[in-house]
Design a protein around this ligand. Structure first.
Ligand code: PMM
Length: 306
């Protein structure tokens, strides 16, 4: 499925911005389906994102992309205004908010459930004010302790992503003896800080942070051991979409597959993660992952024939 194809009633595929449907009532986290893995569509409002080539650098193109994902069936739209790729330039919270707030407002107005992908507590707070429902802190609480206070006071679901260091240092910190065990232990440590700040267990969603201070082999090992993350007792989100380790896997004649050539492999990871009971996957191309989730749910269903 081409996630950039216009949904019915949203205008021709070539139109830069689908026609906004009537505003819908605000979507609620509590109303998300619980009988299958959820699909979170990614909207990076950045001129320099590695994974979508900075396609959504303007508010209009980001809103259009988010609406297409929403109308195609994405359960959550994750909006971010700062590239997290290793070596990326820092973006000030003011600039980040200038990028993401209009996008969040438009998507919320259309009825989408929105998460804010940020490492800045002030941006997370502004996003919640604009109607976002979920905080996606890719720093794993390593940047701003105020994030924990915001999660506690807002009671918003909080995605706790494993990461070491920051965009500049993370590649040099990918040293583990047992990556799954160490990621679980480090997440448990941060989780305790969240508890101490007053965040409740039901609010916390755990993410192994694929590509964040992990090399290719470590990413695969984490995926092979997703059940170890389950042992923490929280919902688990998997974010493999278009990441470098997929490009390496798909190398042909010495040429690493480009980010946009990694969507079929991403959908395969979705199928496997869903079959293993992940709460959600975070992806750029939502259509194939929605199908993969259906396949996994059907495969996991009890046998009905003799
Ligand atoms: N990866 C990226 C950004 N945000 N958030 C979560 N929770 N998990 C991830 O794995 C994650 C994230 C980096 O890549 P992008 O360019 O695809 O946004």
């Amino acid at each position: 499925m081409d996630s950039l194809a216009a949904a019915p009633g949203t205008g021709p595929a070539t139109s830069p911005l689908p026609v906004l449907r009537k505003p819908r009532p605000a979507a609620r986290f509590e109303d998300l389906p619980t009988d299958r893995t959820l699909v979170m569509g990614i909207v990076n409002v950045t001129p320099d994102s590695f994974s979508d080539g900075g396609q959504h650098g303007t508010a209009d193109s980001a809103i259009a992309a988010g609406l297409r994902m929403f109308y195609a069936g994405a359960d959550i739209i994750d909006v971010g205004g700062e590239s997290t790729r290793p070596g990326a330039e820092d973006v000030s919270p003011e600039e980040e908010q200038r990028r993401v707030i209009p996008v969040i407002e438009a998507l919320v107005k259309a009825g989408a459930l929105v998460s804010i992908d940020t490492i800045h507590a002030s941006t997370a707070a502004a996003a919640l004010q604009a109607g976002a429902a979920i905080i996606n802190d890719v720093s794993g609480l390593t940047m701003e302790p105020e994030m924990a206070e915001l999660a506690a006071s807002s009671k918003a679901p909080y995605i706790l992503t494993h990461r070491r260091g920051d965009a500049r240092t993370m590649n040099s910190l990918a040293e583990y003896k047992d990556v799954a065990a160490e990621v679980v232990a480090e997440l448990a440590g941060v989780r305790d800080k969240l508890y101490a700040a007053g965040v409740s267990p039901e609010q916390i969603i755990i993410d192994p942070g694929l590509g964040f201070a992990k090399n290719d082999a470590q990413n695969w090992e984490l995926l092979q051991n997703l059940d170890q993350l389950d042992s923490l007792g929280h919902k688990v989100l998997v974010g493999a979409s278009r990441k470098r380790f997929l490009g390496t896997l798909l190398t042909v004649a010495g040429k690493t597959a480009a980010p946009q050539e990694r969507d079929a492999a991403t959908a395969a990871i979705t199928a496997i993660s869903a079959y293993r009971g992940a709460w959600a996957v975070r992806v750029h191309d939502v259509g194939p992952s929605l199908d993969a989730v259906k396949v996994a749910a059907r495969m996991a269903a009890p046998r009905t024939s003799q």
